[in-house]
Design a protein around this ligand. Structure first.
Ligand code: ADE
Length: 249
């Protein structure tokens, strides 16, 4: 899968994605990250890429021409028009579902804005998706692009070396992940839950499912409504018990 990022800070992207799992995925060729500097397409002798907003107001607006030329250069070899994602707090909120969907694409182009915004005409012309990483405003689209590339890459086959780890993730089936433990068996007086030492796989699976339900019930009850269709009778029964306990305490 190939990621192309149009940005004023390409080093930020390249270094932010060069470590750990995503760095390894690049080195093994499962993904590629191509951060392109919009400023390289400025025709201004001072390499400006922004100007004052028409109508007045604070801040500067990124001009459409350098972005368009950058886009043409990035997409020159592509056989079909790629999805072009603009990072903006005004977009649809990114999620695990959207990450999974975007991972089906062969190429993705990200546009990172800065200053007070980007001239609307270039957005109208090239952007296919407006996405946000949450209801807060950052100084630019680079961190959101990195967040999305990381989450999307995890769905590219081979990027996670343990096949099971995407399946066990939080949100995988609409629930939060169960708690994990490793050695030592007792830490600061706290033992590992006994069932995990039992070697009884069915009991371990049941315990983990219940822990997922309990966590989701306590921390993100909103997710339970969305996951309702994938809950078994046993899950629903356990949730009833949790509700009764919550009312009594
Ligand atoms: N740019 C600035 N803030 C952002 C956000 N929350 N999500 C995506 N892009 C942004």
């Amino acid at each position: 899968m190939r990621f192309h990022i149009m940005t004023l800070f390409p080093e930020m992207i390249m270094s932010g994605l060069s470590e750990s799992v995503i760095g390894r995925a690049q080195r093994t060729g499962l993904i590629s990250v191509n951060a392109v500097n919009i400023r390289d397409f400025s025709k201004d002798k001072h390499l400006h890429v922004d100007d004052y907003p028409y109508g007045g107001g604070a801040g500067m607006v990124m001009q459409p021409d350098p972005i368009f030329d950058c886009y043409q250069s990035v997409t020159a070899d592509m056989t079909k028009k790629p999805r072009v994602i603009y990072m903006t707090p005004q977009g649809r909120v990114f999620s695990q579902e959207i990450a999974k969907e975007l991972a089906m694409e062969e190429e993705l182009v990200f546009l990172c804005g800065h200053y007070e915004g980007v001239d609307e005409r270039i957005l109208d012309e090239i952007v296919t998706d407006h996405l946000s990483i949450g209801d807060y405003v950052l100084t630019g689209g680079e961190l959101p692009a990195m967040v999305m590339i990381d989450a999307i890459s995890r769905f590219v086959p081979g990027v996670l070396n343990n096949k099971d780890s995407a399946a066990g993730d939080s949100f995988h089936d609409g629930l939060l992940e169960y708690p994990q433990y490793t050695r030592p068996e007792v830490f600061h007086g706290q033992p590992v839950p006994e069932v995990l030492l039992s070697g009884h796989h069915a009991n371990i699976e049941k315990w983990r499912r219940q822990q997922s339900l309990k966590r989701t019930f306590e921390r993100r009850p909103d997710l339970l409504l969305q996951a309702a269709d994938s809950l078994s009778d046993e899950d629903l029964h356990y949730l009833e018990l949790l509700k009764i306990n919550a009312c009594q305490s």
